[in-house]
Write a protein that binds this ligand. Structure first.
Ligand code: ADP
Ligand code: MG
Length: 265
């Protein structure tokens, strides 16, 4: 069954895009069929996997406004089971136009519906805001993964996101769940990071992934080459961390590590 996952946190720079790209690449490396959807107008996930965000005649904006099909913009990455719905700066106009549309919260869900059967996981990289694009992602999703940095005010910022998720479960999308929180740029030697990490565990309990993503320069370098960290440096700590996170996501999801029809070697 397809799982649609929104990677969300309205705070910028917490590792949403890094997590989306590298979790997508890791799940694809584990032979899952993955679709990455880049609804952030900044388009960092799109360039991060080596695609152009400019220049197409038809963009995600047209798809969100119901004027094109998702398949019209779908890109397949070579040598991978990773497909992408690329982002585009003009998605900001979609955000504005959606406000006056009927069923404005459902447009992404409707656009993805015909594609669901083609994928095991659909990962949506959200913008750093709780705007209508993020709401569309949360309405389209089964689960939310929340990347967060263990610093002061990190938890405070989360209450608005958790509030939005609760509101959406009461209205447009009752099945939506917080799948997990992933600690990013984590330094276990920092007292502050450890303190905040404890607070997060106290609050979110078993929703915190055991895997914390360390601060790793390879993760920051990889996007400038248009590569996931697995392609850029597969032995790096960043790559190993995202593979471990992917394994944990699969395990929590009750999915075997080897895809259906294949036995783990
Ligand atoms: P967001 O999408 O939440 O705005 P990004 O994923 O773009 O956040 O990350 C913000 C910046 O931090 C980027 O420059 C990214 O390369 C860098 N970064 C993210 N995660 C790590 C990490 N674990 N180690 C080092 N740099 C990271
Ligand atoms: Mg981002």
């Amino acid at each position: 069954m397809t799982r649609v996952i929104a990677i969300a946190n309205q705070k910028g720079g917490v590792g949403k895009t890094t997590t989306t790209v590298n979790l997508a690449a890791s799940l694809a490396a584990m032979k899952r069929r993955i679709l990455l959807v880049d609804i952030d107008p900044q388009g960092n996930a799109t360039t991060g996997v080596g695609l152009e965000k400019h220049g197409q005649a038809v963009t995600l904006t047209d798809v969100l406004l119901g004027e094109a099909h998702a398949t019209d913009i779908l890109e397949e990455l070579p040598n991978s089971s990773l497909h992408v719905l690329p982002g585009s700066p003009d998605v900001t106009t979609a955000e504005v136009k959606l406000m006056s549309r009927e069923r404005r919260e459902y447009h992404l869900r409707d656009a993805l519906a015909p594609l669901l059967d083609n994928y095991d996981y659909i990962l949506i990289d959200c913008p750093p805001s709780l705007n209508m694009l993020t709401v569309n992602a949360l309405v389209a999703a089964d689960g939310v993964i929340i990347p967060m940095q263990c610093e002061y005010y990190a938890l405070e910022g989360l209450s608005a996101l958790v509030g939005t998720i609760e509101r959406i479960t009461q209205t447009a999308n009752p099945k939506l769940q917080v799948m997990g929180l992933v600690r990013t740029m984590y330094d276990p030697r920092s007292n502050l990071a450890r303190d905040v990490s404890e607070q997060i565990h106290a609050f979110f309990r078993n929703k915190v992934y055991n895997t914390a993503i360390p601060r790793n320069i390879r993760l920051a370098e990889a996007p400038s080459h248009g590569l996931s960290v697995l392609e850029y440096d597969k032995g790096s700590r960043g790559a190993l961390a995202y593979l471990a996170l992917a394994a944990e996501v699969l395990r929590k999801d009750g999915s075997k590590l080897a895809p259906e029809g294949e036995q783990a070697g």
